[in-house]
Unconditional design. Structure first.
Length: 345
């Protein structure tokens, strides 16, 4: 019996035990329940499958809870996992930011150990290539586990005006975002429209990096750093290139109209994660769920100073075929809230 099948049977028995569950629900558990139950990554070669908001990944590594220039937050979520390229980049970013004068990074969510949709929160962060970095400087002491759960990040943007609070914004915030944008691997940085506007209004000299900084809802206390598909991930679906120019144009002005902030016309429509089954994800994601785990979390944790972890098992080529996307529901058929445009602009 394969591990997936075991998972399947477990989920089915649990559903039956709870009673009153339709045959449909027993037939195929939700992908968020399967991926949300994974505590360790797939110890196979690092590969991302599918798209940022619909996929999974193997060969994940964790960013350590504490590094020379960072502290990870909300540890109970177990979302410190990413493709090694992402985790290594964050480690480098933390060093560069410290050299720039930022006291250290507070690291929010990356991905679940094997990616996939989550029980709560993010629509994306599914393929190990997304990371949230707080816009709050790291305190000069080690935060306790409970502080890491409860501490609030600094709200940078006034929710009424959608403009940044000028008494909270500093040139160091701009430099932090600029540093993140400087890496060739980084394709997009999502920030609140108010933050994008502040950068548009104040950045002098080279403004080419502003192109990567994309306005989006939320992101008023953290920035979302997204890297591109990595070499070797043939099943990874890249994102369209960002538009030419610095983005300080009418596409930004739109965010300061009423339209983006109107109430959801269809609030009862289910979120994608609440309907997404394993069969909606790339076929390789079933093998990712089935793959062996490393011997321990420590064996696949990046601790800093550029030291990559040793993989605990020999990386094996996962079974990916040309039909990995066969039968996949086109992205535009995945339910998303009606009033929101492409979440990945
Ligand atoms: Zn994010």
């Amino acid at each position: 019996m394969t591990a997936t099948f075991r998972t399947f049977v477990r989920a089915a028995l649990a559903a039956l035990a709870m009673g009153g569950v339709s045959a449909d629900a027993v037939a195929e558990p939700l992908a968020k329940d399967l991926f949300g139950a994974m505590t360790l990554p797939a110890a196979t070669a690092p590969k991302s499958y599918g798209f940022y908001s619909k996929g999974c990944f193997s060969g994940g590594v964790a960013i350590a809870t504490d590094g020379p220039n960072w502290q990870a937050m909300r540890l109970s979520r177990n979302r410190r996992w990413g493709h090694p390229a992402l985790v290594n980049l964050i480690e480098k970013f933390s060093r560069d930011a410290a050299a720039d004068g930022w006291p250290g990074l507070l690291i929010g969510d990356l991905s679940q150990p094997r990616g996939g949709p989550m029980l709560t929160g993010h629509a994306s962060h599914q393929i190990g290539l997304d990371a949230d970095i707080w816009l709050t400087p790291m305190p000069g002491r080690t935060l306790s586990a409970s502080e890491r759960e409860k501490m609030s990040a600094t709200l940078m943007v006034n929710p009424k005006t959608h403009l940044v609070y000028d008494n909270r914004w500093t040139p160091a915030h701009a430099q932090l975002i600029r540093r993140a944008a400087s890496y060739p691997e980084v394709e997009r940085i999502l920030v609140n429209p108010g933050i994008k506007k502040k950068l548009c209004d104040t950045v002098t000299g080279d403004r080419s990096w502003l192109r990567k900084v994309r306005p989006f809802w939320g992101h008023d206390y953290h920035m979302h750093v997204r890297i591109g598909c990595q070499p070797g991930s043939v099943g990874c679906k890249g994102q369209a290139d960002v538009a030419q120019g610095d983005g300080c144009d009418k596409s930004l002005a739109w965010w300061f109209t009423d339209e983006p902030w109107r109430p959801n016309k269809d609030p009862d429509k289910p979120k994608a994660r609440d309907v997404m089954k394993l069969s909606s994800l790339p076929a390789a994601c079933a093998a990712v769920l089935d793959a062996p785990s490393p011997v321990s979390e420590a064996a696949v944790t990046v601790r800093g100073r550029g030291q990559a972890p040793m993989l605990a098992t020999t990386p094996a080529e996962p079974q990916v075929t040309a039909s990995a996307f066969a039968g996949e529901v086109p992205l535009d058929r995945v339910p998303v809230p009606m009033f929101r445009p492409d979440p990945n602009r």
